[in-house]
Ligand binder design. Structure first.
Ligand SMILES: Nc1ncnc2c1ncn2[C@@H]1O[C@H](COP(=O)(O)OP(=O)(O)OP(=O)(O)O)[C@@H](O)[C@H]1O
Ligand SMILES: [Mg+2]
Length: 465
């Protein structure tokens, strides 16, 4: 990273020297000016991150330097130095946008600290601006944020299928954005002016599901006092999003399959079929192949729905999206809550990027909302993050990384290490897989997958090792 550049302005040579030596020691690139005019010239010529200027100087004074600096580059941090006697001017300087003021006599430590803070704040602001630019331009699709390869693939798929009526099947852990993607598909399709109807199949009592989906005619069953249109009809011409598809009982799955194939539905108690034109998007946070194997999802329906499979990766597998998502949510909550957060302190960002996010983006969203509500000041610090996140320790074992003279087979080595940890975790938990998965900060599914990969369990066996 380039060194930050600080301009020191003072008509007294001894003061200039003192300050520039101090700041150079701190690792900055220091320029000096012996007066206001020279300072303004320097500001025009060189990109500067911070200015530290004496207030009282002959001819062009510190306030004028401040004004010029803010005009030439509004983001530059200006710190003014003032004698105790003239604190009024210092207040005026603050009003004009100075970052802070220092009263003489001062300690050099104090100067270093103020400059460091000023530059840090500027850096965060620049970074935040940069992220916002990225958000505005490329790295979003509707409201979906991301720049990782896996998310860009999802954007691509959404674009490609926008004009087709095919069914899509979205899978991914909880909070990965399945509903968001379903909406993006709809609002990018030719159906965008027609309804988007979202149904959580897990929330409808089994006995009512058929009538909810397809509607019923009056007298179809006790309580059916009038005709009722179903969700299919409510979504006519648009998109029907069936969330938690595996919650539909198998008998009804047959009817759903038939509706997709014939493009006709029959209301409960009706004798005739009705034409229907809806695009179906189904979603689930389960592994659907397993659901088929377990007899929860009919195989024929699975294949019918899975025409366009979209798999949303968990957040921990696309950590490069975290800073963008953070900037997005800061902006969103900043607006909603009327609290503008400029950025995130570097230690806090490290924690956010490192955490394993079992609740994925929803969890990140909640953490940031809470941090903004609780946080003081305009930079989100580590103290406003929940204890659970801060507690998660960094990946251990870097000390063991030692590359032999003649190199090594990385894949094979990693494989051995992985197998070793799996075995250790199983030993420690007496073979209880859910506990072992927890120890290794994995979902049970990931853990099972890895066990099978390392032949630590027979395929298909549900029992513990
Ligand atoms: N890529 C993303 N960019 C911005 N916000 C996102 C993204 N993905 C998810 N979100 C937000 O995270 C939250 C959870 O997303 P959503 O409800 O779509 O997840 P889901 O996969 O349907 O979860 P569940 O399985 O629990 O129903 C929502 O508030 C959504 O707006
Ligand atoms: Mg959902």
């Amino acid at each position: 990273m380039a060194k930050a550049r600080v301009l020191v302005v003072d008509d007294e040579k001894s003061m200039r020297d003192l300050l520039s030596i101090t700041l150079e020691k701190e690792g900055y690139d220091v320029l000096t000016a012996a007066g206001g005019e020279a300072a303004i010239e320097a500001l025009r010529r060189d990109a500067t991150d911070a200015v530290i200027t004496d207030l009282r100087m002959p001819k062009v004074d510190g306030l004028q330097v401040l004004r010029a600096a803010k005009e030439i580059s509004p983001d530059v941090a200006v710190i003014v130095i003032t004698a105790v006697a003239s604190t009024e001017t210092a207040v005026e300087a603050m009003k004009l946008g100075a970052y802070d003021y220092i009263t003489k006599p001062f300690k050099l430590d104090e100067v270093s600290l103020i400059v460091r803070n000023a530059l840090e704040r500027k850096r965060l602001r620049d970074e935040n601006l940069y992220l916002r630019k990225q958000l505005e331009t490329q790295h979003r699709f509707e409201n979906i944020i991301g720049k990782s390869g896996r998310i860009l693939e999802v954007f691509d798929t959404i674009r490609k299928i926008s004009d087709s009526p095919s069914t899509a099947m979205i899978t991914g852990e909880s909070g990965t954005g399945k509903e968001l993607v379903a909406r993006a598909i709809h609002f990018n399709s030719l159906r965008r002016d027609k309804p988007f109807v979202s149904v959580n199949c897990g929330a409808i009592p089994e006995g009512l599901m058929e009538s909810e989906l397809f509607g019923h005619v009056r007298g179809a069953f006790t309580g059916a006092v009038s005709n009722k249109i179903g969700l299919f009809s409510a979504g006519e011409g648009g998109t029907l999003f069936l969330d938690e598809i595996t919650e539909i009982p198998p008998l009804l799955q047959v009817k759903l399959l038939r509706a997709i194939q014939t493009r006709e539905i029959r209301r409960v108690g009706d004798t005739k079929d009705m034409k229907t034109d809806v695009r179906l998007i189904a979603a689930s946070n389960r592994n659907l192949e397993d659901a088929v194997k377990d007899g929860i999802l009919r195989e024929d329906l699975y294949y019918r729905l899975n025409v366009i499979p979209i798999q949303l990766p968990p957040l921990r597998e696309r950590r490069e999206d975290i800073p963008l998502l953070v900037a997005h949510f800061l902006q969103k909550f900043g607006k909603d809550l009327g609290k503008e957060a400029r950025g995130v302190a570097p230690e806090a960002m490290i924690v956010l990027e490192r955490y394993h996010w079992p609740g994925n983006i929803r969890e990140l969203e909640n953490v940031l909302e809470r941090a903004i509500v609780l946080g003081a000041g305009d930079v989100l610090g580590i103290e406003s993050l929940p204890e659970t996140l801060r507690r998660e320790r960094p990946v251990k074992g870097m000390e063991a990384v030692d590359l032999p003279e003649d190199g090594l087979d990385l894949e094979a080595t990693l494989d051995t290490i992985e197998r070793g940890y799996l075995q250790r975790a199983l030993d420690r938990t007496g073979g209880v897989q859910t506990k072992a998965a927890e120890l290794l900060k994995m979902t049970f599914r990931q853990f099972r997958y890895k066990l099978q990969k390392h032949s630590l369990v027979r395929k298909g066996s549900g029992g513990d090792v």
